[in-house]
Design a binder for this molecule. Sequence first.
Ligand SMILES: NC(=O)c1ccc[n+]([C@@H]2O[C@H](COP(=O)([O-])OP(=O)(O)OC[C@H]3O[C@@H](n4cnc5c(N)ncnc54)[C@H](O)[C@@H]3O)[C@@H](O)[C@H]2O)c1
Length: 254
Amino acid sequence: MMGLAGRGVLVSGGTSGIGLAAAQRFLEEGCRVYITGHEPDALAAALEKLGKRGEISGQVCDVSDHQQAIAAVEAADAAVGALTVVANNAGISWREPFLQLEVAHWDRIMAVNLRGMFSVAQAAAQLLVRAGRAGSIINMASTNALGGEEDYAHYNSSKGGVLQLTRSMAVELGPYGIRVNAICPGYIDTPLNQTIAGGLPGDFAQRYANERIPLRRVGNPEDVAAAYAFLASDDAAFVHGAVLAVDGGQVAVM
Ligand SMILES: NC(=O)c1ccc[n+]([C@@H]2O[C@H](COP(=O)([O-])OP(=O)(O)OC[C@H]3O[C@@H](n4cnc5c(N)ncnc54)[C@H](O)[C@@H]3O)[C@@H](O)[C@H]2O)c1
């Protein structure tokens, strides 16, 4: 990708699944990378794995804690030299039917998926503006931001909010040279989805692909990592406030 080599990158939720693949891709592009995750053991394992590929460091951070998010962004900036790319990726999900959805669960998903994304993005944008530095912030949404999948009202709503956060940031941060975009992956084979599918009968992922995805396969984390790399790079220099679906054609279906 054009212009990526040498960039300083923060990947929140970079210890597993899509974020781990994104960190790996940014390292392969010659970036200096900082990852965060909410579990110490997963962070240590990810750093060990990624360390073989390039310059990587990281810390534990719960993005639902505003101060922890600010501290992680500042630590990332110090570690990578000059932070200019944020893959704002951390998120959680589980199935819960709307009629039984507990208010505490609604609050938790909003605190991580929407407010956490705001906290990381705002801290990064403030840092970039203070430093007079251009940058690229990529917010992780989902195809669940574009349609209302059953048993995911809480998740759908959090990711719908991420799209409006992205557009609002694009409007206000464009004049500073900070590009802001969102990615909407469809079904991606990650530990998160493996846990969800593990509680369902049969080969849920393949059935889902056959019934709902025109390319007839679920995505892999590398499919989404490539979208992160593109949106961070100078190949996307005029892509701003955009929503990029990476879903095998799922949202094209009527
Ligand atoms: N897997 C999919 O099909 C899919 C589809 C669309 C969007 N997404 C989104 O992609 C992102 C990554 O999902 P994944 O499937 O790779 O999941 P995953 O469970 O494999 O990884 C999640 C990452 O987020 C981090 N995280 C979780 N809670 C956190 C918290 N409170 N504070 C800080 N970090 C936290 C974890 O430490 C981990 O690094 C999420 O935002 C998810 O909503 C996933």
